[in-house]
Design a protein around this ligand. Structure first.
Ligand SMILES: [Zn+2]
Length: 453
């Protein structure tokens, strides 16, 4: 009895602790600022702190909402920017969103950029740790800068901009296995996700600054929030005897494509960053070899399309999925639960029945497609909740003699690569962000594979 009470007491204490953790998490710490509560012409103290020059004040010449914004003016032809700092208030991961309007003065000083946003350890310009973004005088938006601005590491071009125009910017900052991952959206358009090494003082990042390096910049509607947790939708292998990292692959998802079977560009880019861009394997093949004529490795089991020059050629230009060459009548499984359909068409394919296609609608925006089946084991509208029952058997329907499973994933009608993007370079795919969708136990395997290579 005594023992039981003690357990109960511990349980209550645990409950209280976890409840208070939840409460502190949900209680603010995030903030947003529209500068409406300040007088025009003043610095927005005390939430904001000034460093650099003091040409920073609430302005009513333009705004996104209400009538005010914050104007900053860096000294022209000089090295004396205008800077306003604010405590971030939450630990990584966090998102910073803001609107920025860049001036059009001619810049010729030592950091010729209009608006910029940096991370700092303290509320002083000299404590900066990394550039998140800058609107350079060359009309290029740079992101993921790590070192000295305007040096070799000022960042990666993520887009162009027009002066005297408002831009909506969202940046997510995460620490992912000893690297910083920065993800960008400009005017709600995804601009890529970039990993870079931690800076020595990265752990002490506590302030964000908005700046005008030189010339003028206006900022409005600035907010810091905890990023929405990415929905954990994960796929298992459609083949039981293989996982995605030991399955033979004869054709990859082309990251240089502009649509499912879009405009052919003589370029095939795999999720590993391997590129086929040299000689075409021949008419009707759409497979390209590398400039050095090296074999493609992909997951270590790349075979290439049999009639198109094997593993020296990467297949196919504009291909929106993966081809797994498996024997005829290999059981095929749904990669996740959902509702089965036998579509007449789907984005990119107008004649789906020519390829004996099954679509599984996962009812969260994702659909998966299984093509060339010799037979189907599901009916239209059937609920698939047992992933151990084959939905069909592989074949060569619509692709005579080339027995394989074409497996494709679409998110809201846009093909995405289930392997994500696993190269150090940035993903050239412009249509959506590619996330590794394979289940985590399989994701572990991939790390080993990469290390072995
Ligand atoms: Zn295919």
């Amino acid at each position: 009895m005594h023992q039981d009470y003690r357990c109960l007491r511990i349980l209550i204490i645990i409950l209280i602790i976890s409840l208070s953790v939840v409460m502190t998490d949900s209680l603010g710490n995030c903030w947003d600022e529209n500068f409406e509560n300040y007088d025009v012409g003043v610095f927005p103290s005390p939430d904001w702190l000034n460093s650099g020059n003091n040409e920073v004040y609430v302005d009513n010449s333009r705004s996104i909402s209400g009538s005010k914004s914050l104007k900053l003016i860096g000294v022209l032809g000089s090295c004396w920017g205008a800077v306003a700092h604010r405590k971030i208030g939450i630990a990584a991961p966090f998102s910073i969103q803001f609107y920025v309007y860049n001036g059009s003065e001619t810049l010729y000083g030592c950091h010729p950029e209009y608006g910029a946003v940096l991370l700092h350890t303290g509320p002083d310009w000299s404590t900066w740790v990394r550039y998140l973004i800058c609107f350079d005088s060359d009309k290029i938006i740079y992101g993921a800068g790590r070192g000295v601005q305007h040096g070799p590491e000022k960042g990666i071009p993520i887009g162009f901009y027009t002066p005297e125009t408002w831009y909506k910017v969202k940046i997510t900052y995460e620490i992912v296995s000893s690297a910083v991952r920065l993800t960008y959206w400009i005017n709600d358009e995804y601009k890529g996700s970039y990993d870079s090494a931690l800076m020595p003082n990265e752990n002490d990042v506590a302030y964000v600054s908005i700046q005008a390096g030189e010339g003028s910049a206006w900022f409005d509607e600035i907010s810091v929030t905890t990023p929405q947790v990415e929905a954990k939708f994960r796929l298992s292998s459609p083949l039981k005897n293989y996982n995605p990292y030991n399955a033979p692959i004869s054709a990859v998802f082309d990251h240089s494509s502009d649509g499912p079977y879009g405009t052919k560009d003589g370029l095939v880019i795999a999720y590993t960053g391997e590129i086929g861009d040299s000689q075409n394997a021949g008419s009707g093949c759409d497979c390209y070899n590398s400039i050095n004529n090296q074999i493609f490795r992909i997951n270590g089991n790349y075979t290439g399309a049999r009639s198109c020059g094997s593993k020296y050629y990467l297949c196919y230009d504009e291909h929106p999925g993966f081809d797994y060459p498996v024997q005829n009548k290999t059981p095929i499984y749904a990669a996740a639960k959902g509702i089965a359909h036998i579509p007449n068409s789907f984005p990119g394919v107008t004649n789906a029945q020519t390829f004996n296609t099954i679509e599984i609608d996962h009812q969260n925006g994702y659909k998966t497609y299984y093509l060339h089946l010799s037979s189907q084991n599901v009916s239209e509208g059937q609920t698939i909740d047992d992933l151990n029952n084959p939905i069909g058997y592989s074949g060569d329907v619509g692709s005579p003699g080339a027995y394989h499973l074409h497996f494709e994933v679409q998110k809201e009608g846009i093909p995405v690569d289930p392997y994500g993007w696993q190269s150090q370079d940035s993903d050239p795919y412009q249509r959506d962000k590619n996330i590794n969708l394979w289940k985590s136990e399989i994701n572990q395997g991939i790390i080993n594979l990469i290390l072995i290579e």
